[in-house]
Design a protein. Structure first.
Length: 254
């Protein structure tokens, strides 16, 4: 499984690390399918799953940070009074990451999946509206429905671009993201109460379900939504995204 790397310094002074894993052997005539995974931990989880599966049925592209983490700026449009940089990060994917990957390996430009967790999931849904033709499917794990006082709910209330109507978006969320996990029930009662109040306010499970339903109504399809048993916010991404990559690269959809 060959690995290629690129360190990219953006005009904003941010240091990105791109990693491309490709299969051994000849590519199909149209090129390999590609799964693009945001964030180094999620990419490493997907890479380990692909390595453990015994074969690499397509290419895997990781887009992460070599030094300081800029997720809160790169993945968001900016809350009122703040300057998010989601448009700049979209340009990085479109103009740097994907062209570099296509130059390094024979890839199919019509078979690209984008995977994002948490704020990365928020970013993926933003991209669905702003650059709907860049990816042909999306795996969205635990999207930050609380961010920007319901930014995603307002976004999904807008009509989808025509190119996005046929883009399948699978949304997953951990079972314990709106409550307490079993291990947390041994914490002091005041800590439990604080965590439970915050998670109920954020409505991660209900909000993710509502996003999937809003998408399905616009796409005239069944909601692609799944609650991951036993998962917290921290374990939902490494659980859902590797499987989404495997399914996509093998020609299936979760």
């Amino acid at each position: 499984m060959p690995l290629d790397y690129l360190d990219h310094f953006s005009p904003l002074g941010r240091h990105y690390r791109l990693t491309l894993a490709t299969p051994d052997g000849p590519a199909p005539a149209a090129g390999w399918p590609l799964a693009c995974v945001l964030d180094e931990p999620q990419f490493q989880a997907a890479l380990a799953a692909l390595q453990g599966s015994g074969d690499l049925p397509g290419a895997l592209l990781g887009v992460g940070y070599a030094q300081q983490n800029w997720r809160e700026q790169d993945y968001t449009p900016g809350a009122p009074g703040e300057a998010g940089r989601a448009d700049d990060f979209m340009a990085l994917l479109r103009d740097v990451a994907l062209p570099w990957a296509h130059a390094r390996a024979p890839l199919d430009a019509q078979r690209r999946l984008l995977c994002g967790h948490s704020l990365g999931g928020l970013f993926a849904l933003l991209l669905l509206y702003r650059l709907p033709g860049l990816f042909q499917a999306m795996a969205v794990s635990s999207p930050s429905v609380w961010w920007g006082e319901g930014c995603l709910a307002r976004l999904l209330a807008q009509p989808l671009p025509r190119e996005a109507l046929a883009v399948p978006v699978a949304i997953t969320v951990g079972e314990h993201e709106q409550g307490l996990g079993p291990e947390e029930r041994t914490l002091p009662p005041d800590v439990q109460a604080q965590r439970l109040e915050r998670r109920r306010e954020r409505r991660m499970v209900d909000g993710a379900r509502e996003l999937a339903q809003a998408l399905a109504r616009q796409q005239d399809a069944e909601p692609r939504f799944r609650i991951l048993p036993h998962c917290t916010h921290g374990t939902a991404g490494p659980t859902a995204l590797p499987q989404a990559c495997l399914d996509w690269l093998r020609g299936r959809q979760s």
